[in-house]
Ligand binder design. Sequence first.
Ligand SMILES: [Zn+2]
Ligand SMILES: [Zn+2]
Length: 309
Amino acid sequence: MNVGITIPAVPRDAALAYAALGIKVFRVRRNKTPYANCPRCDKQSVLYVKHRPEDCQCGVPTCHGFWAATTDPDLIHRWWTEEPDANIGAPCKANGWAVLDIDPRNGGYRSLCRLEERVGVLPGTVMQITGGDGLHMLYLSPGFDLPGEPFPGIDFKHNGYILLAPSVHSSGYRYQWSGDGRFYQPEAAWPAALLPRKEKRAAPTPAPRRVASHPFGAAPAGQRPGGGKLWSVADLVQHVMDSYEGNRNSSLYFAACRAHELAEQGLINLGEAEQALLAAGDAVGLTDSEARNSFDSAATRPADKRRAA
Ligand SMILES: [Zn+2]
Ligand SMILES: [Zn+2]
């Protein structure tokens, strides 16, 4: 039976309420900066012991970002007592969810209309209104990975995480569950029409074009496409945190390119951006050298190379 629950307005109580339903949660800073790992898990530390985040046995409950998500009420109580205003993150895959994330700033609703014209109206499901007027549609995980950003302004979140109501969006508004505001456990399967081609039995639809239609592809330096809003370090960190198995490196590279551009214009501090982006790379499971390479190669990306010889 899925009667739905009213989510308390106090973040700690809300996190405990989700956990009581079996939903794993973790703390997310308002500015999205990941929490520091302990020295054994910190790739910058001389004490670092090589391991995968999902295999971590260090015992420190905040290491590795969303890998630390838990249903343990004592730990949750402690986290939100330490930081009462922390947002509530929930990893999608670990909770059995795949989330269709619509970002209006990048034309997500227009993409959704086009998508539904092509594949039919998507099955109704639990929806969350993000504080930025975006929409999360929560479906059951199909059990395998999904392409990250198949359409402009639409993400398939599976390896990543979402914030849960009453978290506060960067716009200052709170996330909220649509309809009567109560939270219902998702029960609808991920739409068959949106399965990756190789997983689909039906006639395949044309593969999504990612080059020209990538939501960030045509953005001028330091601007969001369409919006003209400057990227902040927190935006860049979020871009990396939202990345997926297959595009973590390119997401970090993209964010690093923007960071270098903004720093060149004196709009952000490069050292601060570097630290935040490497930490974000770590949080999404990149190795130290992968993250370092992506960041450094952004400094010497082809468009900027001045031919010396
Ligand atoms: Zn640790
Ligand atoms: Zn660890």
